[in-house]
Write a protein that binds this ligand. Structure first.
Ligand code: SF4
Length: 292
């Protein structure tokens, strides 16, 4: 995997914008603008989705759905649209480098405003600040959640495991900006990588930053390794973290960690969330806003 390679964009046509999810978790619809993602996270669980595309690689061969805005307008203006929550960037980041070129999100946000449609946006980029005014406007009409996924406050580790993402401190600064709007803001600490980002020190630093930027909630999640992700992840660990590589190999004989590990980790995270008075509820701000 060579992250110094030039990112290629391939323009594609989609047949619909919104994808209905089998289960509401707690959102019912997914909106994906890009296939592939230049943030190049070594643990990315979406890598498998490029296997069906005759493509050079998930991280540097980005497919752009150039007609997604037209489809979204048709779908949101349909009499059958019930204004359910749309999850944007749940699979690939909608504010990755390609968005700086194609600028599709402002059109999408204008449609969400026009059709009073609630949404969740998760990103590892500060490019979302470009659309601050639109998100501010949407937040005064309906529920909008801006979430940053931040896994570590150690910049040396961050650079190696998420080379295309924004600095962790900049992502927290971005959340703090959105605190000025009516949006719900959240911190997703996913995935927590054993031996690398699971220390109490790192979790506490994340909680302190979450508290300081006024996050509504913090959600943790452990690392799962399946399919192509497993190879990409272990190759990166072998190259950049040779000290923890053997222990990770031992721990991840299957796709996940043991129940004992998870119990211990979540106990520590819960203690820290209590200490810094950070909610664990993703859906509480949503319910409060949607009922208004
Ligand atoms: S931001 Fe998400 S989709 Fe993009 S590479 Fe990282 S984990 Fe994968």
């Amino acid at each position: 995997m060579d992250t110094t390679s030039v990112t290629a964009y391939k323009e594609i046509q989609c047949e619909s914008a919104l994808h209905k999810l089998k289960r509401k978790i707690p959102f019912g619809w997914d909106l994906k603008i890009y296939r592939g993602c230049s943030h190049a996270c070594r643990y990315c669980y979406a890598i498998y989705s490029h296997e069906y595309l005759n493509s050079g690689g998930f991280f540097d061969d980005i497919h752009v759905k150039t007609n997604v805005v037209d489809h979204l307008e048709a779908e949101l203006s349909s009499p059958g649209w019930k204004r359910e929550v749309v999850n944007i960037g749940g699979v690939t980041d909608s504010y990755q480098k390609a968005e700086d070129v194609y600028q599709l999100m402002p059109h999408i946000l204008r449609l969400l405003i026009q059709y009073k449609t609630p949404a969740i946006i998760s990103t590892k980029s500060t490019l979302i600040l470009r659309d601050f005014d639109l998100i501010d406007e949407l937040s005064r009409i309906t529920y909008i959640n801006v979430a940053a996924t931040i896994t570590t406050m150690n910049e040396d580790i961050r650079r190696k495991i998420e080379p295309g993402s924004a600095l962790s401190v900049d992502r927290f600064a971005m959340l703090k900006e959105f605190r000025k709007t009516n949006a719900s803001i959240g911190l997703h600490v996913m995935p927590i990588i054993p031996y690398l980002t699971d220390s109490r020190e790192n979790m506490e630093a994340l909680c302190i930053n979450a508290r300081d930027c006024g996050a509504d909630y913090m959600l943790p999640g452990t690392l799962y390794l399946r399919g192509a992700t497993r190879n990409v992840f272990f190759e990166a660990m072998r190259k950049d973290f040779s000290d923890v590589y053997p222990r990770l190999k031992e721990m991840y004989k299957t796709g996940g960690t043991s129940k004992e590990y998870k119990d211990h980790l979540y106990k520590m995270v819960n203690e820290l969330r209590d200490k810094y008075d950070i909610s664990s509820s993703y859906s509480k701000p949503m319910k409060e806003k949607m009922l208004k």
